[in-house]
Write a protein that binds this ligand. Sequence first.
Ligand code: ADP
Ligand code: MG
Length: 610
Amino acid sequence: MRKQTENFQAETKELLNLMIHSIYTNKEIFLRELISNASDAIDKLKFKSLTDTELLKDSKDFKIEIKVDKDKNQLIIEDTGIGMTFNEVNENIGTIAKSGSKAFIEKFKEAKENEQLDIIGQFGVGFYSAFMVSSDITLYTKSPYSDVTIKWSSKGDGTYEIEEIENLEDLKRGTRIVLTINEESKEFLEDYKIRTVVRKHSNSIKYPIYFGEEKLNDETPLWKKDKKDITEEQYNEFYKNTFYDHEDPLLHFHLKVQGSLEYTALIYIPKRTPMDFYTRDYKRGLQLYTKNVFIMENAESLIPEYFSFMKGIVDTDNLSLNISREILQQDNELIKISKNIEKKIETELKKLIKDDREKYITLWETFGRTIKFGVQDMFGINKEKLQDLLIFKSSFEDKYTTLKEYVERMKEEQKEIYYVTGENEEFLKVLPKVKVFKDKGFEVLYLTDRIDEFTLKTLMKYNEKIFKSINDSDLSNLEDEKEKETRENLEKENKTLLEKIKNLLGEKIEEVRLNNNLGSGAVGLASKGEISLEMEKTLSEIPGNENIKAQKILEFNPTHPLFEKIKNISDEDELKDLLYVLYNQSLLIEGLQIENPVEFAEKLNKIISK
Ligand code: ADP
Ligand code: MG
């Protein structure tokens, strides 16, 4: 029989140190972690036994037991799950399996106390949390794949012992964890404390948890219960337990679908972006249960990518249990369910937009990008489904609006949906051009996220109304007949001047024209063609695209004193400098990079000091 003393990995040691010495106010979660491991182990056994009934030959019991030995200061947690072989103990308990353990330690050190909990869960270091309350941990485990029992023990001091031992009479299969509770944590040997902690954190564990004769939890899975019998707190506790979040979720949908398609789904939206959401480690998908058996953790096909931030559980009785997880993902029934779930979520979200805008805004500000990417993805194949989930701030009351609400407010003569793009709303609000649109009674959407304009470009139109940047070249909608006439006359009058300006500015611009709708601004920039100014901005950040430029139109406000001044400058060099400054100014207003800041400053100074 093997017997070894091993060193913990360096990372594990550091982690243990952190655990042991961190001042948790919330040490009790160690029990939740051990119970959740026990439950996972029973899940695994049940799943494997579907195809290998031999596994259950020693016992058909699925349960978790908690015992206390006050004389020895011991708290014992035992399960009848899958257990571990010698190698498995070494792999799972001796090392931190996940490659992110270094990252974990960094995060853990940085985190505030109340966030540390969250981190423990997300990085899957649950087992080690038991060292917060223990001076010694001894684990006995018997796997149905091993002939002997494994004993593992450690004082959390950098080494552990692992040995093969004779099988124990009272541990036919599963794992027994014996914690010798340390001086400061004696309360965890008290009956009342154990009851409270288990009921608080582990009530919805789906296998019975016995404390002596007493069953502590209510093992009907929460999602199987009647909605009216579930309190908000229970929904929240369940979420935190199942999806390792320390915060209550933003909201949940509990779907019970009956008829030709039958399933139950409990779907949650977290309040905050999960730490690994933007990394490759993030696993989307819902948990899948069939006939009360846990099938898999992240069934990706159950939820589309643009809802990847949602967590949840789907339970259906209509799946065949004897097929592999891979094939299951393509199961027809499952495909139907996922389509149905998607529709239901869309409906629920639309309801939320109407009934609880505040909440939807929180969701949007956290996860809206994912939905916007969904619109763009695969050439907009899902855009129709998603367009009513988009919200943008707008010049109407400076609040969020849906596209539908925007269109409902449109004036009869307005043909297009206007938008403006820029860094932030504060900046957009005060743009002279925006003011002009507002004054004319045209609402403008404020697009402040880089991907917003691409999203609208993918949509192309909403309710037959085309999206149009207020910088776009066609101004005819804004001008009434009289204004148009005035402008055209003025342009005729100043034809030579405008041509001269165009020549002096050369390649930089495509066109020079007058615009009566620049408000208090002297100049404005517009674009024509496929590439808008905002797209130039975005593209310029993608390597290889730096040279893609919008075709720019420089606009002059004919009523601004500067225009008069320009008319009267006879010295060509002086005019050239002024135009240079004005052109660059218009770039700045649009949030574009000016080409040569030093030259700009020099020319500006020259003009000022005249
Ligand atoms: P996680 O549960 O996130 O994987 P833990 O630190 O809680 O992280 O557990 C580490 C691993 O140890 C588990 O993934 C599992 O393989 C194994 N393990 C822990 N507890 C048990 C148990 N009671 N029975 C069987 N395996 C267990
Ligand atoms: Mg765990």
